[in-house]
Design a protein around this ligand. Structure first.
Ligand code: NAD
Length: 333
């Protein structure tokens, strides 16, 4: 049995679909909180409701007693922890909520994984942990200790907690640093949805740094595939890498961190142009300066992950945007 947290979220919903299609029994948890638009969460959940094999609990993972009860009542072989308060800007407006949902909730989950003998904790981290790291592509072998946003700091905190649990208790943990995931059922606070809404309604879009920011846009199906493959192989003999302590002799075997990205950064301006093509409408651009908590560029080095699970992203940007736009029209029909 698998515990999937953040099941009403963008990646969580797709992940649930994938696991259920494989015939897995999934316990899905989400608190359906106010961040990242509750309306779309309800509609994502409605997509999953009739799937046999899914048991949904509305539960706040920051409440330690509720998490303990959940683990006491089920026997989870694997936990896929995707729940988080997402969004760099939202984290700055809601700092306490961010720490509560991203660090306290993670601490509750990992402690229960230890106490209840979970075989593998797989959790979502983020490209934002690389922060002020300017050498591209970002490698897990370079430091990620200078986050430039509160959101990124909470994600890095989770990685450090995971390291200590792996080291102290031998709990197998895998952190996946996702790079700007996009696709159908995407988050309303992220660029593809914000832009698609504005363009179709004839409203201007805000473009930071003249559209020169580079993002390693990664299609949702590629991300889900990577999670599924990692979840299938908890006991890989590949020695774990510790970004804080890159000496393999001191790395602890069950602790792993991998980048999940497309390895092809795209300028935001080019992304918008592709979206305009797919929507068949032009955007009116309003130029804005670069926000301080944003990163100028992201690009994943995914060689470690490719070696570990023979995975490579396979969805070109134009194809991914095409799928997204078709879904966007259906969703708003
Ligand atoms: P999302 O906001 O769509 O989903 C997160 C879900 O977690 C939401 O449904 C929310 O209600 C739930 N949640 C938050 N706090 C909770 C709590 N205390 N208890 C129970 N549920 C709670 O986000 P997403 O885009 O699907 O991202 C999934 C994970 O991947 C997150 O951890 C995110 O930080 C990470 N990530 C996403 C991206 C991306 O581009 N989407 C990039 C990097 C990292």
């Amino acid at each position: 049995m698998i515990l999937l947290t953040g099941v009403a979220g963008f990646i969580g919903m797709h992940m649930a679909r994938r696991l259920l299609a494989q015939g897995m029994v999934v316990v899905g948890v989400d608190h359906l909180g106010p961040c990242a638009d509750p309306a779309i969460k309800a509609r994502r959940l409605a997509q999953l409701r009739h799937a046999p094999g899914l048991c949904f609990f509305q539960l706040d993972l920051a409440e330690a007693d509720d998490v303990e009860t959940l683990f006491a009542e089920h026997r989870f072989e694997c936990v896929i922890h995707l729940a988080a308060q997402t969004g760099v800007r939202y984290s700055m407006e809601h700092p306490h909520e961010c720490v509560r949902n991203n660090v306290v909730a993670f601490a509750n989950v990992i402690e229960c994984c230890r106490r209840h003998g979970v075989g593998h904790l797989l959790y979502a981290s983020s490209s934002s942990t690389y922060g002020a790291n300017r050498s591209m592509p970002f490698s897990e072998h370079h430091g990620a200790n200078h986050p430039v946003s509160l959101y990124a700091a909470t994600k890095r905190s989770d990685e450090l907690l995971a390291h200590s649990y792996s080291h102290l208790y031998g709990l197998p943990t895998t952190g996946l640093r996702f790079f700007t995931v996009y696709g159908p059922w995407g988050r309303p606070d992220m660029a593809p949805m914000l832009f698609a809404h504005a363009i179709t309604q004839g409203r201007p879009i805000q473009v930071f740094n003249s559209g020169r920011m580079l993002r390693d846009f990664t299609y949702i199906d590629d991300v889900v595939e990577s999670i599924a493959r990692v979840a299938e192989r908890p006991a890989m003999s590949n020695p774990a890498f510790d970004p804080a302590q890159p000496d393999p002799a001191t790395s602890h075997a069950p602790y792993r961190i991998y980048n999940v990205g497309n390895q092809e950064p795209v300028a935001l301006g080019d992304f918008i142009a592709e979206l305009e093509r797919a929507l068949g409408r032009k955007a009116e651009r309003v130029m804005r300066p670069m926000p301080e908590a944003d990163m100028l560029a992201t690009c994943a080095d995914t060689r470690d992950l490719q070696q570990a699970i023979q995975w490579a992203p396979s969805t070109p940007l134009a194809t991914g945007i095409g799928h997204f736009v078709r879904w966007f029209h259906d969703y708003h029909a």
